[in-house]
Design a protein around this ligand. Structure first.
Ligand SMILES: C[S@@+](CC[C@H](N)C(=O)[O-])C[C@H]1O[C@@H](n2cnc3c(N)ncnc32)[C@H](O)[C@@H]1O
Length: 366
């Protein structure tokens, strides 16, 4: 039987834009449903883990609705300006599912719980540490235009994917029209529905809003306030833009596992020139919130970094997390200890002491 967590988001719904997308802030299991750590363990006894699966971008594009509604999240980059990231509205996802008769209320993650163990692991909402990662990444974004490296981003447990979305947004401005190396963005979430219903739509929104001034097609598609029409022409333009800018988007669902690592590892983008070095940045926000998630995530990032090292490439991982996940058992300190025990270097790059205590750490192999 699966256990449902309600993370009691008191003070949640950071609504700087009046929209209804929630920002998951305080992942404390509410007293009423507080499970024993053993009871909350993932995987759920008798329930198989979702196997690692790759998803074809063209197929995903063909499954989108004709219109999506969005709101804008303003992220203050610690006094160095702001960045604006669009997110598809969750009510719009529910409307789509009801129109498709998939039962919006029945879709795990769109109801009142924030995690339903082994079924839905929290990806529909944006969690606080993902914003912390955006702030850290903003300090080093120029690597996106470094001609000497082939950048590859892998966001694990991406959900709404704010960190990758920010890097994508910056890459649209920073990368030259031609001559740049391939930028590979790998997006992974336990739930394929999250990838289809929020992750991919958020990338399309980001591109459309960035390019609207230069495109009458997009200006028209965005003409209704807070909505984007996903006409076949708009989707074709998105696909063509990615190809022209040499940006590859890849999507993977399923549980972190050796099979998952093999699948992601086999997805190395072609088009890497002989002699060029790849730089892989693995990202994970709020991915270590239980002992099982912490262990599976740690093994996965170390295996991915080892794969890169074996191929002569550089790799690092940035992890944003709460200092403690009350009631569910994960903690940033536990992650740092475990990762160091397994031989990796770990340094703290950001600490958040206001509100729920959080941090961002960078991991690499010696
Ligand atoms: C709390 S959500 C965080 C989502 C997003 N990174 C954010 O900060 O807004 C945790 C994420 O980790 C993923 N996840 C958790 N356990 C996992 C597992 N064992 N295998 C694969 N993904 C997992 C979930 O799908 C979910 O997207």
């Amino acid at each position: 039987m699966s256990v449902q967590f309600s993370f009691s988001f008191s003070g949640d719904d950071i609504e700087d834009d009046g929209g209804s997308n929630s920002m998951a802030t305080a992942p404390n299991v509410s007293a009423a449903v507080q499970p024993q750590p053993a009871a909350s363990a993932f995987p759920v006894q008798g329930k198989p883990l979702v196997p690692a699966t790759s998803h074809d971008l063209q197929y995903m594009l063909s499954q989108l609705p004709s219109k999506i509604a969005y709101s804008i999240l303003d992220i203050d980059l610690d006094g160095s300006g702001t960045t604006q990231l669009p997110r598809r509205e969750l009510w719009d996802v529910r409307v789509q599912l009801m129109a498709e008769d998939s039962g919006g209320d029945a879709e795990p993650g769109l109801g009142n719980h924030d995690v339903k163990t082994g079924v839905y692991e929290g990806g529909f909402k944006s969690w606080e540490s993902s914003v912390d990662l955006v702030k850290v990444l903003s300090l080093s974004k120029t690597f996106l235009s470094d001609m000497d490296i082939v950048p590859r981003l892998i966001e694990l447990g991406c959900g709404t994917a704010l960190p990758s979305l920010a890097l994508f947004r910056w890459s649209l401005s920073l990368r030259a029209c031609d001559g740049d190396s391939v930028l590979s963005i790998v997006l992974a979430d336990y739930n394929s529905t999250v990838l289809q219903l929020v992750t991919l739509p958020n990338f399309i929104l980001c591109w459309a809003l960035h390019q609207r001034a230069e495109s009458p097609l997009l200006e028209e598609a965005l003409s209704s306030e807070g909505e984007l029409e996903l006409t076949p022409e708009v989707l074709k333009a998105f696909d063509e833009y990615l190809r022209a800018r040499r940006i590859s988007l890849s999507f993977f669902s399923g549980a972190w596992s050796p099979e998952f690592v093999d699948l992601v590892g086999s997805n190395t983008t072609s088009g890497i020139e002989v002699g060029s070095k790849r730089r892989t940045i693995i990202l994970g926000a709020e991915t270590i919130y239980s002992p099982f998630a912490l262990s599976a995530f740690t093994q996965t990032i170390l295996s991915l970094m080892e794969q890169e090292k074996a191929q002569g490439n550089t790799a690092e991982t940035l992890v944003g997390a709460k200092k403690l996940y009350f009631g569910v058992g994960g903690s940033l300190d536990d992650f740092v200890t475990k990762t160091r025990e397994l031989g990796a270097n770990v340094e703290e790059v950001r600490e958040e002491t206001e509100g729920v205590r959080r941090g961002v750490v960078r991991c690499s192999l010696p």
